[in-house]
Design a protein around this ligand. Structure first.
Ligand SMILES: Nc1ncnc(-c2cnn(Cc3cccc(F)c3)c2)c1Cl
Length: 298
């Protein structure tokens, strides 16, 4: 229970907590999106975090929000602590660089997943039924093969501890109406396509990603949450890519190998040794430098 009550900002109301990120109420129109240093693997959050991870992934999200602003607007107001209200600035010491002041949106309850490659739950469904999110795919695809075109393969937001359930895009039309569903899927594919091309030219394959969308006060479709980070996407090193087998994770492979080598039971959270923390942080820095061309501020 203690872990659940632990909060970075006791004076702010915690309204949502993910595995590695927290969301706080700031006022009627704004929220504070906090990226923690927590890291999860095989759906288990480790006992100790990666110091600096939250800052790097926050700065990566900001980079993508700015690069993709011509594709569609985002909920980002500012990442600059000096531009945030006093209620947030009181936590400057522990939050600087890893929090975003964002616009409060009417969130669309759909996980907007876009896949450029077939892997994970998509590969599992394909092996069983020849489909992904009930969309028929050509026969004979190999594991991790690049799809002919990026595919919008939505899922429902599962309850805590449950896995999201893949749904057909037509289900989304039933949930939010055809016009908005088509706008949302096109936006998701456009955002992914531009980002995946940009990252691929810099040595990182973004195999798939999960966007969250909402409507702002004018009813404008807006991208929310974090975008195109190694927490919301699969990052693979391009120089090691080969279809027909699983790919190493760009950022989490040291962590996964350690957990497997130490007989991790995929249920109990464990303490990571310093070398795994050091090597994992270095991969987050490497991904950030490759994509943005700059060193992250730690
Ligand atoms: N701009 C927004 N406006 C309204 N609601 C949200 C919103 C609510 N929930 N989530 C997902 C989530 C779950 C756990 C921790 C998190 F930081 C975020 C995002 C956002 Cl981002």
């Amino acid at each position: 229970m203690a872990a659940l009550l632990e909060s970075d900002c006791p004076a702010l109301e915690l309204i949502a907590r993910g595995k590695v990120r927290d969301l706080y109420n700031v006022d009627a129109d704004t929220l504070l999106f906090v990226a923690t240093d927590r890291v999860s693997a095989f759906d288990v959050v480790m006992k100790n975090g990666i110091p600096g991870k939250g800052k790097i992934l926050t700065q990566l999200s900001v980079f993508w929000f700015r690069l993709l602003a011509d594709v569609m607007p985002s909920h980002l107001i500012t990442s600059n602590m000096d531009e945030m209200p006093a209620s947030v600035q009181q936590y400057r010491d522990q939050l600087e660089g890893r929090c975003l002041l964002v616009r409060r949106l009417k969130v669309i309850q759909v996980e907007a997943i876009v896949r450029g490659y077939i892997t994970g739950s998509g590969w599992a469904e394909y092996k069983q039924k020849g489909t992904v999110s009930d969309i028929s795919l050509p026969a004979g695809l190999q594991e991790c093969e690049q799809l002919a075109a990026p595919l919008f393969t939505p899922s429902t937001k599962a309850e805590i501890g449950e896995h999201d359930e893949n749904i057909h895009p037509d289900q989304v039309k039933k949930m939010i109406g055809t016009e908005l569903a088509e706008k949302l899927s096109q936006a998701a594919v456009n955002l992914y396509t531009k980002a995946a091309e940009y990252a691929r030219a810099r040595g990182i394959i973004i195999a798939d990603t999960k966007f969250e969308f909402g409507l702002d006060e004018h009813g404008v479709l807006t991208v929310a949450d974090e975008v195109l980070t190694p927490d919301s996407s699969r990052f693979w090193p391009a120089d090691q890519y080969a279809p027909g087998r699983g790919q190493d994770s760009f950022d989490k492979q040291f962590l996964r190998n350690y957990l497997v080598d130490s007989g991790f039971d995929k249920k109990t959270s464990i303490e990571l040794p310093d070398d795994v923390i050091r090597d994992t942080l270095a991969k987050y820095v490497d991904a950030y430098v490759r994509i943005t061309g700059e060193q992250p501020t730690l």
